[in-house]
Design a protein around this ligand. Structure first.
Ligand SMILES: Cc1cc2nc3c(=O)[nH]c(=O)nc-3n(C[C@H](O)[C@H](O)[C@H](O)COP(=O)(O)OP(=O)(O)OC[C@H]3O[C@@H](n4cnc5c(N)ncnc54)[C@H](O)[C@@H]3O)c2cc1C
Ligand code: SF4
Length: 562
């Protein structure tokens, strides 16, 4: 590697979207430098999904003192446990600030693969109900694309990643190119059948669509249901950059991957009005260096990419590079969750499940699809599933002695839970800016994030509890408990929207191909590009947009436009 050499392309970040950019650009012939702030990952050493609790220093109960000091924010995420905390950032080294009354939980991974190692792998297509939503409701700006523009790219990324799921024929949740679906357990079958009777096609229960192989695919093996995917996957059964896209990019011989490369800012040439390269701080030595390329893809994640651009201000762009619209950093969204219901599904006490299915069930959006809800616009979907209560119920159940222990070894009742994931509206006042008074461990100014749930999101969350309970009641559940909890934005880890696409350069940062309106050889294809948030998990859409943007960028380079 050579900091004097000019690459064809630089990709910043190697997470879900950076991995795709690396694969697509190298496969299309570009010599591509991938700059990753974190360390490299060696699956044979770093993946720990098969390490039992008794081999862990704290027996799987976490090093709570260390986490309190070093990861007080990250450790609020379910996946940041004793095994996987190494795949989450140090909050001490990577601080950010918020208003005291507006907490934002920013969950991050800083290593080769980014959060693709720990993600939940739920993958759903967006539909025109989503792409037309802003125009229909007169909110923010219109998406510059429609489902037809992205559908072939969904096909493309799904076939490479390997998505298992069931086709449903629902307009609001388009079907994809699926591998065979995973199976429901017996209690989920009860709920599915009862919902079909009560709600017909209006409220459908399906198995989660998930980026996990249910049959072998090339040198990646079908999942063997060991369960804790957020710790890695030595059989490469689930999709991650480390398991799938980066090896493909590597195979071309045209990728140079440089870990420990913290991109500080981009270099802009005012004469050509192009970005010419990036300024990098070596994370270990603190040495500074520059790398040059003909085209730059920012894939450092929704908020980190914005931070790089805000730190790249010039006289032409005093408020952040590529920010003539003034929208950079604004319109931050996340999905609202923490609303739903739980209940007991009677029967089937003689049945159990074997193996740990790394997936749950899904109820596609049913609010504001064919009828209008009086309290809110947009909607939500339910994730969740059924499981037998385990020995932990003994904490609540009185008893002692051998009989009690024997009873606790048997499975308890079948508990079913619906957890809502709701759409968040884009709002200019939800935004991130530079906090010039604070720097990270590498001396780079950090973000100050201003974001809160507003009326529509809170109305959606309230309805999750009502409809969740109603649906469980229809399935004959007992002991139904609706719930809503207060969780700050960020907690769904679906942050997006800070460099939105749009038709008009005055009101958006990117055009319909994720290309900066201001700077033709700059592309942002992480969640920053999103114009609205839909209610489904977003990463599949980021992947499809990335592959589409790479195709466009290379075509433009061939035409001499970039
Ligand atoms: C526990 C968990 C569960 C999730 N479940 C789901 C799910 O089920 N479905 C779904 O769709 N999404 C899910 N997500 C979200 C998903 O992981 C993200 O949407 C996705 O990873 C975003 O991809 P990205 O490439 O933008 O960012 P990331 O994957 O976060 O990658 C960004 C990379 O950029 C690097 N980077 C950052 N700053 C710099 C810099 N200055 N210089 C160089 N490199 C830099 C980082 O180190 C990182 O490797 C989940 C996330 C988590 C943590
Ligand atoms: S459950 Fe399947 S996908 Fe998850 S780590 Fe185990 S083998 Fe891999």
């Amino acid at each position: 590697m050579n900091d004097k050499m000019t690459y064809d392309a630089i990709v910043v970040g190697s997470g879900i979207t950076g991995g795709w950019a690396a694969k697509e650009l190298t496969e299309k012939g570009l010599r591509t430098l991938v700059l990753e702030a974190g360390r490299s990952i060696t699956p044979e050493e770093d993946y720990v999904e098969h390490v039992p609790a008794w081999e862990m220093k704290f027996r799987g109960m976490r090093d709570r003192q260390r986490q309190r000091e070093d990861q007080p924010i990250q450790s609020t995420c379910y996946a940041c446990d004793e095994w996987s905390s190494k795949f989450f950032v140090s909050d001490k080294e990577n601080p950010y600030t918020t208003d005291p009354d507006k907490p934002f939980r920013w969950i991050r991974g800083r290593q080769v693969g980014g959060r693709s190692i720990t993600w939940g792998r739920q993958t759903y297509r967006w539909s025109d109900l989503d792409f037309e939503a802003n125009l229909r409701d007169g909110i923010a700006v219109d998406w510059p694309i429609r489902y037809a523009d992205i559908a072939p790219w969904y096909d493309y990324v799904e076939q490479f990643a390997g998505i298992s799921g069931e086709t449903l024929g629902l307009a609001q949740l388009p079907d994809g190119k699926f591998l065979p679906p995973m199976e429901f357990n017996c209690a989920e079958k009860v709920v599915r059948e009862a919902m079909a009777k009560e709600f017909g096609r209006e409220r459908v229960l399906t198995i989660g669509r998930v980026a996990v192989l249910t049959e072998d695919k090339g040198d990646r093996a079908a999942c063997h249901y060991c369960g804790p995917c957020e710790r890695g996957c030595i059989t490469r059964s689930y999709f991650s950059s480390v398991n799938a896209t980066l090896p493909a990019a590597d195979k071309t011989g045209r990728m140079t991957l440089r870990p420990f490369s913290v991109v500080h800012s981009l270099i802009f040439d005012p004469h050509t009005r192009r970005v010419t390269g990036v300024r990098v701080i070596d994370a270990k030595t603190r040495a500074t260096m520059e790398f040059k390329a003909k085209v730059i893809f920012l894939n450092a994640s929704t908020l980190e990419s914005v931070r790089i651009l805000l730190n790249s201000s010039t006289t032409e762009f005093p408020n952040g590079l590529a920010n003539s619209s003034g929208e950079l950093g604004h319109n931050l969204m996340d999905h609202i969750k923490a609303g739903g219901a739980t209940g007991t599904i009677p029967g089937n006490e003689d049945k159990n499940v074997y193996g740990r299915r790394p997936n749950g069930v899904y109820v596609p959006r049913f609010r504001n699809v064919n009828t209008k809800h009086s309290d809110f616009i947009r909607g939500y979907g339910f994730q969740g599933g059924a499981r037998r209560e385990g020995w932990e119920r003994g904490i609540l159940q009185a008893g002692f002695g051998p009989e009690f222990k024997k009873a606790m070894r048997q499975g308890g009742a079948w508990k079913f839970t619906f957890y809502g994931f709701g759409e968040c509206l884009p709002n200019h006042d939800n935004f991130a800016e530079l906090d010039k008074g604070k720097v990270d461990a590498w001396g780079i100014p950090v973000l100050k994030i201003h974001c809160k749930w507003r009326e529509n999101e809170l109305a959606i969350q309230k309805d999750m509890a009502i409809a969740g309970a109603e649906t469980l009641a229809a399935a004959g559940a007992r002991d139904i408990e609706p719930f809503t909890d207060e969780e700050p934005p960020g907690f769904s880890i679906h942050e997006m929207g800070t460099a939105r696409m749009g038709r008009d350069p005055k009101t958006s940062v990117l055009n319909a191909h994720n290309q900066s309106h201001d700077i033709k050889n700059l592309f942002i294809t992480d969640g920053g590009a999103m114009v609205s948030s839909s209610c489904v998990n977003p990463s599949l859409t980021y992947m499809a947009l990335t592959a589409r943007a790479c195709d466009y960028a290379v075509a433009q380079m061939k035409k001499g436009e970039i």
